[in-house]
Design a binder for this molecule. Structure first.
Ligand code: HSE
Length: 433
């Protein structure tokens, strides 16, 4: 290959991140990469970009022998996956920010890339502008990773930040949507599925065996209320959508996304607004912590552009970076066996004996209560069919999660001669120190 010639790049998809990437190319003329063509759905649509070689036909990129790097930025599973595989089969290196395709088809894509001796970059697929994929593939890979904990969804972090100021859930979600952090289907953010895809990618790289997003235990933030956030703060915690993976003593992977009370002393508790953060523990590096913008035009295009530059350098020096994943699937830990501390909130009928009956259920399941709090007064209580119901908050010493689930089930079905002492569904969050 001619060392002085710029490496040609083809871009498929020119939405928010794609147009940011076009800007990166035009601002960095010194780099030895050149954007040759962009494929979009509608090449005639007016666009605010300084580039005019557009086509409606992705094959003009996938089959162009002068294009060495294909950047896929259309998102979703298909045709994105087909384009990536076709590019690789045609001997092209690939850069993508597509978390759906990488989390679902990573091993197939990496195996195909190995067969064709081409590189795949996907820094933009997780945590936007925070460097994490390349560090995991490079420097961190020579260490031994024990755990990854993070805030990997900007939308939910933004919502929880607003809720901590007293804004209700639905208004906070509407603001996040207006600001453009949320996915087109925001249930993907608030149910934790976006974070599940991201942690499945990070954990697969960290632990060397592939983990599918469907194997990630997942709870969203939809049941959290502003009073939970208020009580949590009184107890010394912030509420965050925690995304984590760790290797258990038995060598299984405990991988999950769920809201959690995080000690105000923990670094993650201080990550607010739409920011993302990643906290890795391992040896011999001990601790790696990084915080930054997890989504959006600038941050994601920055990571995609970095991969383009990096892969261009690898092409020039003839380097192939294999993404090594063991063929055997990871063994996933059973969440019922994970021992945890936690926070329980339920509405209790304000009648004699109601608390006594609830405590009986907790005692039966071996709960050792740590903090307990009940609040009366118009700001806190509910009136259900003329009966006052007061919120009760309980935290407890460590218990297996399976026992906690059984306890919640028993609380819902609890009956006394005065009816059901617990109104509605109790709400539970784990505590992470
Ligand atoms: N909806 C995602 C978030 C965008 O809020 O973090 C980036 O994946």
């Amino acid at each position: 290959m001619n060392q002085s010639k710029a490496i040609n790049v083809g871009l498929i998809g020119c939405g928010v991140v794609g147009s940011g990437l076009v800007e990166s190319f035009s601002e960095n003329h010194d780099k030895e990469v050149s954007l040759k063509k962009i494929a979009v759905k509608d090449a005639k649509k007016p666009r605010n970009i300084s580039f005019d070689n557009l086509t409606n036909n992705a094959d003009e990129i996938l089959e162009d022998p002068d294009i060495e790097i294909v950047v896929e930025l259309i998102g979703g599973y298909n045709p994105a996956k087909d384009y990536i595989i076709k590019a690789i089969k045609n001997g092209k290196h690939v850069v993508t920010a597509n978390k759906a395709v990488i989390s679902e088809y990573g091993p197939e894509i990496f195996a195909e890339a190995k067969k064709h001796n081409v590189n795949v970059g996907f820094e933009g697929s997780v945590a936007g502008g925070i460097p994490i994929i390349n560090p995991l593939l490079e420097q961190l890979s020579i260490g031994k990773i024990k755990s990854i904990a993070g805030i990997l969804n900007g939308t939910t972090n933004f919502i929880l930040t607003r809720m901590s100021e007293g804004v209700d859930y639905h208004s906070a979600l509407a603001i996040a949507q207006e600001k453009g952090f949320a996915e087109s289907d925001s249930s993907f953010d608030v149910k934790g599925l976006d974070a599940a895809q991201k942690i499945s990618i990070l954990a697969s790289l960290a632990f060397g065996r592939w983990i599918n997003p469907s194997e990630v235990y997942c709870e969203g933030i939809t049941e959290i209320t502003t009073i939970d956030i208020e009580y949590a703060r009184e107890l010394g915690y912030a509420v965050k959508l925690l995304t984590m993976a760790r290797k258990t003593k038995e060598g299984e992977i405990d991988i999950r996304v769920h809201p959690a009370l995080i000690s105000l002393n923990h670094r993650l508790s201080k990550v607010n607004e739409e920011m993302n953060a990643i906290h890795i523990l391992g040896s011999p590096f001990d601790e790696y912590f990084n915080v930054g913008k997890g989504a959006g035009r600038g941050p994601t295009a920055f990571s995609v552009y970095y991969d383009v530059i990096k892969i261009a350098e690898m092409i020039k020096s003839g380097v192939f970076r294999e993404i090594k994943i063991n063929k055997n699937h990871a063994k996933i830990a059973n969440q019922d066996e994970i021992v945890t501390e936690g926070y329980l909130r339920f509405y209790l009928q304000h009648v004699p004996g109601a608390l006594h009956s609830v405590l009986g259920v907790l005692a039966k399941h071996g709960w050792n209560v740590k903090d307990s709090l009940q609040r009366g007064g118009p700001k806190h209580e509910l009136n259900v069919d003329g009966i006052r119901c007061l919120p009760v908050i309980i935290t407890h010493e460590p218990l297996p999660f399976g026992i906690i689930k059984e306890t919640l089930h028993d609380l819902i079905s609890l009956k006394t001669e005065k009816g059901s002492p617990v109104h509605g569904k109790p709400f539970y969050m784990r505590i992470n120190r």
